[in-house]
Design a protein around this ligand. Structure first.
Ligand SMILES: Nc1ncnc2c1ncn2[C@@H]1O[C@H](COP(=O)(O)OP(=O)(O)OP(=O)(O)O)[C@@H](O)[C@H]1O
Length: 653
């Protein structure tokens, strides 16, 4: 066999020795790697030679896809990436200290997310450990991601076990992530260039595999968040290592989706045979019992059962639907100091399609020096979102400076923003002041309510943005500044421009990316936003696990108009938590300033056609404003128009 294929490298070179070893091992059909890995690696080498016909002499490094191709790879896996994030962060905490970089790749091996404890090692970047790098076996030969996808197994590819010599400094451990249909959805990889003891590899493989199983579960639960879920476990650890089974049931107790775990018993179960069948067909559990338990807000053990095809009794527990459990896996909070919660972009976006699109836009364009303008009603979370943007950018370690243009007295805005020199005016501090713009140097400047900035200051701000320097009051020399700019407004700035109250040139300087944050009442994931906010408040009040909300109380919260948006919701939840502590939040624990009758009047759930009097009531309550009435009724405007037409209603003159 030709050792180098088409490439030409000197006979004595290490590349040659590497390739020759592979050829010899393929011929011998064995190699000196750990027993359990040898056949996987030799099979992969064989594929590289015979199937993909890879040229061992001419490999330059992984192909990097274009940004459009990366976007196409990222989009279908949006939900998976969202739920995987906290698990990947946890894995980073476990292995990051040993110099590992964690990657999540799509089923073609394209790296979508790359996480490292510090800035990735130069050696790692040189071999292409970066988003967009293609690690499919067909392109990159034997490697962690590609081989885990091709072999459908967790693998460790240690140094010279890589097919291409370029990668022989790397140790990669990867595990495939499976969908409930058994297809590989992604691959999770931990790679390092550090000289790590070989004994560490089985442990890292164990951690990566367990993380992959947990991601599969989270993904399944998120997709089926409004269904009753039965968890089947054979051992005490099944829950933690994800080796059991989970079933999603429809309203009649039929299994509609099954996620198999990695454990022996789960593997031995014919998951396909469970689909479409009632729970009682394969478990000694009556659906009525499950349905009754589903009303309880807590995870309940519903008994020891026997699953056909499995030789050991299992434990079945019900995870009540997310609605009543107050449980929102993807809205996990990153905790900071005691009581402090970091609401990252994924948490803030939830599963609302508009918000998710915003997050995609931000991730694509962050660090491209484009100023961002956030629109939204008061309390929609503009400042929180701006903080989230700062956190995902390259300047996250630098300051995030907030200036609320509406709350600083006009006479102070100038000195606050631009700073002043020593002794510039009476009342000034003796040592002068740097000014908030200069404080943001290197980081992000967030100008809240920019529409409230007086016109003369708009002119000065424009100069700062155009020239990249700020002149403090009374100073002779300008100071160079470089920051990312995010502005927010609840006002219609283009309208203000046309009315002459906002400078047009400034508008075009600040509005590179324009994003409107939806009002709480218009969000499609209102319920999970409420539950997420409850978790935040519970954490702030040191309650730990948030208490459940009764269905009646939840209905009332869902039916509110929330003019103060998240701020108002938080206040209501804080009130409710203060009243109920760790007990379930019932209707009578909600503050009396909410519209407590709203839950009864509002003809939820979506799709229920209200009768004509109720429809007229809702329209009149909203002065026949179709958007507002549609919000209250929790339907789209189109649906409301259809109902109006059906009932032959017309607006009174
Ligand atoms: N998804 C969320 N879950 C929980 N709390 C949230 C969420 N989004 C925002 N908040 C909280 O709601 C409050 C209002 O958010 P924020 O100040 O970011 O809104 P804003 O749009 O900037 O308001 P304004 O226009 O009045 O300045 C803050 O206390 C914030 O921490």
């Amino acid at each position: 066999m030709n050792v180098f294929g088409k490439g030409k490298v000197a006979d004595r070179s290490p590349e040659y020795a590497h390739a020759k070893r592979i050829v010899d091992e393929i011929a011998r059909d064995e190699c000196d790697v750990a027993e359990d890995m040898s056949s996987l690696i030799v099979s992969s080498w064989k594929r590289c030679v015979s199937e993909y016909k890879l040229d061992r002499g001419g490999h330059k490094g992984p192909e990097i896809v274009t940004s459009n191709e990366l976007k196409r790879a990222v989009d279908p896996l949006d939900l998976l990436r969202h739920v995987a994030r906290p698990e990947i962060e946890r894995l980073m905490e476990q292995v990051g200290g040993s110099g590992y970089v964690v990657m999540l790749a799509d089923p073609n091996g394209i790296a979508l997310d790359v996480l490292s404890a510090a800035a990735p090692d130069r050696a790692l970047r040189r071999v292409g450990v970066c988003p967009g790098a293609t690690w499919g076996e067909e392109q990159a030969g034997t490697n962690g991601i590609g081989t885990s996808i091709a072999s459908r197994c967790a693998v460790t590819i240690h140094r010279s076990q890589h097919f291409f010599f370029n990668y022989s400094g790397l140790t990669c451990t990867a595990a495939p992530i499976f969908g409930s249909d058994g297809q590989v959805m992604a691959s999770l990889d931990a790679s390092s260039v550090a000289d790590l003891p070989k004994e560490m590899q089985p442990l890292v493989r164990e951690l990566v595999s367990a993380t992959a199983r947990r991601i599969e579960r989270r993904y399944f639960l998120e997709k089926n968040r409004n269904r009753a879920i039965v968890r089947v476990e054979w051992g005490l650890d099944s829950h933690h290592d994800g080796s059991g089974l989970i079933l999603a049931l429809d309203d009649n107790g039929r299994t509609i989706e099954v996620q198999g775990g990695g454990g022996d018993h789960a593997r031995a179960t014919n998951c396909g045979a469970l689909i479409g069948n009632p729970l009682s067909a394969f478990m000694e559990i009556a659906w009525q019992d499950v349905a009754r338990s589903a009303k309880s807000p807590h995870v309940e053990r519903i008994g020891i059962a026997h699953l056909k095809g499995s030789d050991r009794p299992c434990f079945a527990s019900l995870i009540a639907p997310a609605r009543s459990a107050g449980w929102a896996p993807s809205r996990r909070l990153a905790s900071g100091a005691a009581g402090a919660c970091k609401l990252d972009l994924d948490f803030l976006a939830g599963s609302d399609p508009v918000m998710r699109e915003h997050v995609r836009t931000i991730r694509r364009l962050v660090d491209k020096s484009l100023p961002i303008l956030l629109y939204g009603e008061t309390g929609t979370g503009k400042e929180e979102f701006a903080r989230g943007i700062h956190e995902v950018g390259a300047r996250s370690a630098k300051p995030f400076v907030v200036i609320d243009c509406s709350s600083i007295p006009e006479s102070l805005i100038e000195s606050e923003l631009f700073g002043y020199e020593t002794g510039t005016f009476t009342g000034a501090r003796r040592e002068g002041r740097r000014g908030r713009i200069a404080e943001a140097n290197g980081g992000t400047l967030f100008l809240d309510e920019i529409g409230d900035m007086p016109l003369p200051l708009q002119t000065r701000l424009l100069r700062v943005l155009a020239q990249g320097e700020v002149v403090p009051l009374g100073a002779a020399k300008p100071i160079k500044v470089d920051f990312n700019l995010i502005c927010a407004s609840h006002q219609d700035l283009p309208k203000m421009v046309s009315e002459g109250t906002f400078r047009q040139d400034l508008y075009y300087r600040i509005a590179g990316i324009r994003l409107e944050l939806p009002a709480l009442r218009a969000r499609t994931d209102k319920e999970s936003v409420i539950l997420g906010a409850l978790a935040v408040e519970a954490q702030k009040m040191a309650l730990g696990v948030p208490p459940a909300i009764s269905p009646e109380a939840l209905k009332i919260l869902l039916a509110q108009r929330w003019p103060g948006n998240m701020r108002e919701l938080r206040l209501a939840l804080r009130y409710a938590l203060a009243c109920s502590g760790e007990d379930e939040i019932s209707q009578d624990r909600l503050p009396n300033w909410l519209n407590l009758g709203a839950g009864d009047n509002a003809p939820s759930p979506v799709g229920d056609v209200p009768d004509a009097p109720n429809l007229i009531d809702a329209l009149e309550r909203n002065r026949w404003c179709i958007s507002d009435a549609a919000c209250e009724l929790r339907v789209s405007r189109q649906t409301l128009y259809r109902w109006i037409k059906k009932e032959n209603l017309s607006r009174p003159t």
